[in-house]
Design a protein around this ligand. Structure first.
Ligand SMILES: [Ca+2]
Length: 455
């Protein structure tokens, strides 16, 4: 704690310099809020067809923005997905081919948070980090205000300072308001990456679960989703009350598909965590972008896109050229109607880390309505027409050999961009965010203490 207070003093001085430097140039920049939910399935919120879990606030976000029907994570699950998001790169480009927790993200390229910080944004993070090596925590890789981890005694239950039991997701909503309130005069970038709605859902309070009409396990998951939706509502109300809504771009998305064992759904597709990692629902993210006055209201975008595009899009929103390493596409011209079609002609997957469990191995390509798939590199390709067969039951590879060949050729071309798999350094993976009720305030270059494991 003493260590944090020391940093606080140093950092406030740095912030004062920063705000002077950027206050002039940054006044017209919109605020950015990225809500990156954990294990939220494509079929588990209202805008994407869910009817048994009420999500009025996410519905409102969709009505005030655009939904994405074909936006993917390229590197499932949690850790690789977040690593790719924060770098704007396929994980394979920096040697990450599976879960590989503890593998560093590149040091020679800016994270999304570092990029926006260096262009005058106050950057804030709340919740789960789960990327990079242990010394690459959020305070080390660009986040200037990081909410401490509340002292939880189950995954989602924690004790308040007064000693009462409370629900973590609801506290996260309050933390979002704290951050926005503190920084509402400046351009800010808030990254909420909650533990919600990851398993386990079984401790969810009855007052939340009773708001859904879902049954069995899905009822508990539904309660967790309802709580997450409440926080979106809390955030929207605060932005409204302070007249910030028009000047704030909100991106809502998920780090991978639903947990099927918790009753999650990727309807109308199939797939998800554990038994469904070979179907498309494992990598399809229910995504919304809302920026009133810029992004059209209530429309759906069907172009092929992925979470790598968030970095490129946010660079564009910040009004500065994206760094050269970015492999994503600026989505804004597609949303405003200047461009049409697929931002990506192809999207690729290759999860073949030898340490990953068998169910997580996956090789796939998306092109037009087609999905080319195999579990291991030595397997024969299968081909699915997602327009006619969204549940991927009919392999049509034999009927369309030219399509298989073309997608295979592009897949091998993509593989030439990979770096060899990296070794995980002997530094323990895991969160280095302190436990407590406050915030770590820094310049986003904090060298956190870390534990070295010696061989
Ligand atoms: Ca996840």
């Amino acid at each position: 704690m003493k260590r944090i207070k020391q940093y606080l003093v140093i950092v406030l001085a740095l912030l004062a310099v920063n705000s002077q430097m950027f206050s002039q140039a940054a006044t017209d920049r919109p605020n950015i809020i990225l809500l990156f939910i954990d294990d939220l399935g494509y079929g588990d919120t209202g805008p994407f067809g869910c009817t048994d879990i009420p999500t009025p606030n996410i519905n409102r976000l969709a009505e005030e923005g655009m939904t994405f029907s074909q936006l993917y994570v390229t590197n499932p699950p949690c850790c690789p997905s977040r690593s790719s998001l924060m770098m704007g790169m396929y994980g394979q480009s920096f040697g990450k081919f599976g879960m590989s927790r503890g593998l560093p993200i590149p040091e020679d390229k800016p994270t999304l948070a570092e990029f926006l910080r260096d262009r005058g944004y106050v950057t804030g993070q709340i919740g789960k980090w789960d990327l990079g090596s242990k010394i690459q925590g959020p305070s080390a890789r660009g986040f200037m205000e990081v909410a401490e981890i509340l002292p939880a005694f189950t995954r989602f239950q924690y004790k308040t300072i007064e000693g009462d039991t409370a629900w973590l997701t609801e506290a996260n909503g309050d933390q979002m308001i704290e951050f926005v309130d503190r920084n509402k005069e400046k351009p800010f970038f808030l990254y909420w990456s909650p533990l919600a709605v990851h398993s386990p859902s079984n401790n969810v309070p009855e007052r939340l679960a009773s708001r859904t009409t879902a049954s069995e396990k899905r009822r508990d998951l539904g309660g967790c989703i309802v709580s997450m939706d409440d926080q979106v509502g809390k955030l929207l109300s605060f932005l409204d009350d302070h007249k910030l809504r028009e000047n704030t771009l909100i991106i809502f998305s998920s780090d991978n598909g639903p947990n099927l064992r918790e009753g999650g759904s990727s309807s109308p597709y199939t797939g998800g965590k554990f038994e469904g990692t070979q179907q498309i629902g494992w990598t399809l993210s229910p995504t919304i972008m809302s920026w009133p006055g810029v992004i059209p209201r209530g429309k759906r975008f069907d172009g092929l896109s992925c979470t790598l595009d968030f970095y490129a899009t946010l660079a564009s929103v910040a009004g500065v050229p994206e760094p050269q390493h970015i492999q994503g596409v600026d989505l804004l011209p597609y949303l405003t109607g200047e461009k049409h079609g697929d931002p990506h002609e192809y999207i690729f997957w290759l999860n073949n880390d030898p340490n990953d469990p068998p169910n997580r191995h996956l090789v796939a390509v998306r092109w037009k309505q087609w999905r080319l798939y195999r579990k291991y590199e030595d397997d024969t390709w299968q081909l699915f027409d997602l327009l006619k067969d969204p549940v991927e039951e009919i392999n049509v590879a034999a009927q369309f050999p030219d399509i298989v060949d073309g997608m295979d050729r592009n897949y091998h071309q993509w593989k030439t961009t990979h770096q060899p798999p990296l070794e995980i350094p002997k530094i323990k993976a895991g969160s280095n965010i302190p436990t407590g009720y406050g915030w770590v305030i820094s310049d986003g270059r904090l060298e956190m203490e870390h534990e070295i494991i010696r061989e």
